[in-house]
Ligand binder design. Structure first.
Ligand SMILES: Cc1ncc(C[n+]2csc(CCOP(=O)(O)OP(=O)(O)O)c2C)c(N)n1
Ligand code: SF4
Length: 327
């Protein structure tokens, strides 16, 4: 085979189209923000030419956690609140895989909160999408930790009593935080750009995506959809850079250096206008997967030898009575 024909075949093999990442037909409600998140990650996989067999989507339980079913990659629809330990297990044993996590505000910030804290601290190389719709969607409108005060739900019929937990300020307060960003499902270009920057960060990239639940909170984000001034774009040469059309529509912009954690915490505390873009990025925080390098020792030969050893335990050797076992 000539080198030219070889490279033509490689080019053909390595280019992927959108269809290569499209799994089952999404069963989310019409207008659900999860559809926009799915489209953005499928585009990202295509543009980054991620090999489907080298890519894993991991989730917990919830409407948002159905996302791995709709990707034609490897996937693990885990148990409620446990997306992070599953993803960490995958990453530590297979560092060669691209790992994405989809988790809801109930899944991550309620039952999974302990795993969230340690996920940030371990800083393993993965892209985390927190689909934050402020409600438990799958279990039909129960209040979540991010539900705003006063929000009526099936568990808070007179309105929720507590101030909402802020996933950005919490994440920014955890040891070893290395990447925090925020975006909204209804600005697809921004969603894509932020996810792309998160993917390129080496470490635990935490992206909170404010996501519409059209079934149970159909009007909650209407004020922000109607008025672009209520979204503030965080721009910087090391962060988000707006296209001319986005800059024309979203004129409320501030320059924010993502290396400044104190300023990131101040900005993260603001809920109206909604700040979007890269709040914090620190590429020098060590990743647990690099420190341990466990997966690197697990060569195919090592894994095969382990299997053989296990299977040998159950082998019935065709040996004669009293004869020593053949080597
Ligand atoms: C251990 C356990 N407790 C409770 C449940 C019930 N449950 C399933 S999904 C869910 C909440 C999902 O809310 P969220 O994470 O916000 O996702 P959404 O459906 O809104 O995308 C709950 C409480 C469960 N499946 N497992
Ligand atoms: S219930 Fe809400 S979160 Fe769940 S699929 Fe429907 S719109 Fe989406």
């Amino acid at each position: 085979m000539t080198s030219t024909s070889h490279s033509i075949i490689r080019l053909h093999e390595e280019h992927h189209s959108l269809e290569d990442y499209q799994g089952g037909v999404p069963r989310w409600c019409t207008g659900c923000g999860d559809n926009a998140i799915l489209t953005a990650v499928q585009r990202l996989c295509r543009d980054e030419d991620l090999r489907p067999e080298k890519t894993v989507f991991v989730s917990g339980i919830g409407c948002s956690s159905r996302l791995p079913h709709y990707m034609k990659t490897y996937g693990f629809h885990g148990i409620h609140g446990r997306a992070f330990p599953v993803a960490e297990g995958i990453k530590v044993s297979r560092p060669d895989l691209a790992v994405f996590v989809s988790t809801g505000d109930g899944d991550c910030c309620s039952i999974g909160a302990a795993h969230w804290i340690h996920g940030v601290r371990y800083n393993m190389n993965m892209t985390v999408m927190l689909h934050d719709n402020h409600v438990y969607g799958l279990t039909k409108k129960q209040a979540s930790p991010t539900s705003p005060i006063g929000m009526k739900s099936n568990t808070t019929p007179r309105g929720s009593f507590l101030e909402a937990l802020n996933p950005l300020t919490v994440t920014l307060g955890i040891q070893n935080v290395s990447f925090v960003a925020q975006c909204v499902d209804w600005i697809p270009e921004l969603l894509y750009d932020v996810l792309q920057m998160a993917y390129h960060h080496r470490g635990f990239s935490f992206v909170r995506i404010i996501q519409r639940c059209t079934e149970f909170l159909p009007t909650m984000f209407d004020p922000w959809l109607r008025d672009p001034q209520r979204t503030v774009m965080l721009t910087h040469e090391d962060g988000l850079q707006l296209s001319p059309s986005l800059a024309k529509t979203y004129r409320n912009q501030i320059a924010h250096d993502p290396s400044n954690i104190d300023r990131a915490r101040e900005i993260a505390s603001c809920t109206d206008p909604i700040p979007v873009g890269i709040l914090y990025r620190n590429p020098s925080v060590p990743c647990y997967d690099d420190l341990r390098q466990v997966g690197k020792a697990r060569t195919p030969e090592f894994i095969r030898a382990g299997f053989e050893k296990e299977l040998d335990k159950f082998t019935v050797w065709p040996e004669e009575a009293g004869q020593p076992r053949a080597a």
